[in-house]
Design a protein around this ligand. Structure first.
Ligand SMILES: Nc1ncnc2c1ncn2[C@@H]1O[C@H](COP(=O)(O)OP(=O)(O)O)[C@@H](O)[C@H]1O
Ligand SMILES: [Mg+2]
Length: 288
């Protein structure tokens, strides 16, 4: 019997991370795999004396890149690959990959690194960004989930305050896709196949995230949406991905972001499709 570890972040107290791990655990059991859930800190990373009872594979639901890299170094297949988790966890790196592969996306400009105690306010960089993208504009921190670190910037004052506040943080500037205000599509991809999708919309916020007040419903994807979601997942190298799609002026898809550790509870509740079963089936096929 094959065994697997399912790893989530133990420092996050919200129940949804445990719940996510349990969905995978149940799917593993259904597939005849013996699963064990670990909080990331339950694996002692003694690199000089590695643990000997290792699983056949790891489903990594966290962004603890150090742990993922360590486990992979012990020869265990880790899903997603730690490099993919790292790329997706950083929206600036992800944007570079997507743009390189000519995936349709909002116009995006990356912010230069500024040390927190210093400023480049007089460099002209921010003025150039402003004249290229104009207001309103989106500013996104490289790291963040549930819409928490995504800002709609409507005035020059907000703009300069935000760039000032974000010194020391990786972030990017992005064209605001007004035709997609408060609505997007989440597509869950497993191994180059669309498994489930939902339309999310919010009446109260420009962000469609469910955690942020958005509501979701089943959606039938267009061929273009399927094609763009699959290309986006492939571009970042993800075995599993939650691809967020925006709607351009002609309702055509633009990639908003690719999540490597996409949550699967909401999409299960909305569509009745348990993405975990597809994830386990895919892994068993890959490691066969
Ligand atoms: N360029 C954009 N134009 C319009 N809406 C956007 C844009 N970028 C993000 N959004 C909205 O904000 C939400 C959160 O952004 P996203 O990049 O997915 O960050 P997070 O990782 O926090 O989910 C998206 O689901 C979408 O509704
Ligand atoms: Mg998102």
């Amino acid at each position: 019997m094959k065994s697997c570890w399912i790893i989530y972040n133990g420092s996050l107290v919200n129940d949804k991370f445990r719940d996510q791990a349990e969905l995978i655990q149940e799917a593993a059991e259904r597939a005849g795999v013996s699963p064990r859930i670990y909080k990331n800190y339950e694996v002692l990373m003694d690199v000089t004396a590695p643990t000997d009872s290792l699983p056949d594979f790891v489903v990594f639901l966290d962004k603890d890149i150090v742990l993922a890299t360590y486990l992979q170094s012990l020869g265990i297949p880790v899903f997603n690959d730690p490099e993919v988790i790292e790329r997706c966890d950083n929206k600036t790196k992800q944007a570079i990959a997507l743009a390189h592969d000519q995936i349709p996306m909002p116009r995006t400009i990356l912010a230069p690194k500024v040390y927190p105690k210093f400023t480049i306010r007089d460099s002209g960089y921010y003025e150039r960004v402003l004249s290229e993208l104009e207001l309103p504009m989106i500013i996104k921190e490289a790291r963040g989930s549930f819409g928490m670190n995504v800002y709609l910037i409507e005035t020059e004052q907000q703009y300069y305050e935000k760039v000032d506040e974000l010194r020391g943080v990786d972030f990017l500037f992005q064209e605001f896709i007004a035709s997609s205000r408060g609505r997007d599509i989440r597509v869950n991809v497993v191994g180059q196949q669309v498994i489930a999708a939902m339309y999310r919309h919010s009446e109260t916020d420009f962000r469609a995230n469910i955690t942020n007040g958005g509501v979701a419903e089943v959606v039938e994807l267009t061929d273009e949406q399927i094609d763009v979601a699959l290309r986006a997942a492939k571009s970042v190298g993800a075995d599993f991905a939650g691809v967020d799609l925006l709607f351009d002026r002609d309702e055509q898809p633009l990639v908003c972001e690719v999540n490597a550790a996409a949550h699967i509870r909401n999409i299960y509740n909305v569509t009745g499709i348990n993405v975990a079963d597809a994830m386990i089936a895919y892994i068993l096929e890959v490691i066969r």
